[in-house]
Design a protein around this ligand. Structure first.
Ligand code: ATR
Length: 276
């Protein structure tokens, strides 16, 4: 029997989730429907209820509803609790609405399985202290890095986030315009700000970037993002956008709903086709 999935967001027409999930279904010879559904803040809860009461098997949630989805759930996974945001919803056997967050594990899979990074002894710097950063901190911390720092335009927001995770890691914080000289050079520099989406740069001081810094933008685009261009100019030879993370977080959602594993490499390599 065909399974019914969807992604809720606003805007939503840019979402690549439908073609990604259809490719996963093809790999497994499954028939699914996967729709883009536009919602708004006022109607989001009712839209989710309608989706499940009309036979929906599972849905993804994208901006700006991840926090609202988190608040709606009867049950949350640990990653959703830490992220305070949900991107994957389903109902359990008792009909309870369950929320999971696959963004962080999706990023981690791309960094470790696809890019081959060993984060176990790495120095990591994250730019940004919003929801995207909160969503990736737990799986990064679980890798036991040497150091983890959050640099943000608004220092206070970085400090609040560091305090939230103080029970599991000692995160260093700095303001974008006051990066201390003794901050370890990052092996991995992640851009989790929304600056790239606006074509802006998240930092002006690029002295933390060396040729050995792996630079990763959680945003993705057909062309290299402004952050990737900045890092390349600063000497980094390893620059990536978030296309692998997008496909990996989708794979984790698909497996959550169907209990079946999918092949992500084929989609990441053919990502240009998905965007066209
Ligand atoms: P998201 O949920 O995508 O993380 P958010 O919660 O609005 O979105 O957070 C956006 C992040 O990008 C914040 O860390 C923001 O910095 P501030 O906390 O100072 O607002 C950062 N950001 C957005 N535009 C930026 C820019 N032009 N330069 C630097 N940082 C920027």
């Amino acid at each position: 029997m065909s399974k019914k999935f969807a992604v809720f967001g606003n805007p939503i027409k840019q979402s690549l989730s439908p073609p990604i999930h259809q490719k996963f279904a093809q790999q497994l010879n499954l028939t699914i429907s996967y729709e883009r559904l536009l919602s708004d803040k006022k109607n989001f809860a009712a839209d989710i209820e309608d989706f499940f009461s009309s036979g929906g098997d599972g849905c993804n949630v994208t901006a700006p509803f991840k926090e609202q989805a988190y608040a709606l759930c009867d049950k949350l996974t640990e990653s959703a609790t830490r992220a305070q945001a949900v991107n994957t919803l389903y109902k359990n056997d008792s009909g309870k609405l369950c929320g999971h967050n696959t963004d962080g594990i999706g990023l981690l899979k791309d960094l470790t399985d696809n890019l081959g990074l060993n984060l176990g002894s790495a120095n990591i710097i994250i730019l940004g202290a919003g929801g995207a950063t909160r969503g990736i901190l737990q799986p990064l911390i679980e890798q036991n890095p040497s150091s983890l720092a959050i640099i943000n335009r608004t220092l206070a927001k970085a400090q609040i986030l560091a305090a939230e995770f103080a029970d599991i890691f000692d995160i260093t914080t700095a303001g974008t315009d006051s990066i201390p000289d003794d901050m370890p050079q990052p092996d991995l520099l992640l851009n989790a700000t929304s600056a790239s989406l606006e074509g802006r740069l998240p930092i002006s001081d690029t002295s933390i970037i060396t040729k050995n810094t792996c630079c990763y933008d959680l945003s993705y685009a057909a062309e290299p993002t402004s952050f990737m261009a900045l890092c390349r100019k600063a000497g980094s030879v390893s620059n990536h956008d978030g296309r692998g993370m997008l496909v990996e977080q989708a794979a984790q959602a698909f497996t959550t709903w169907t209990s079946q594993e999918v092949d992500t490499g084929e989609l990441i390599n053919g990502f240009e086709d998905l965007m066209s």
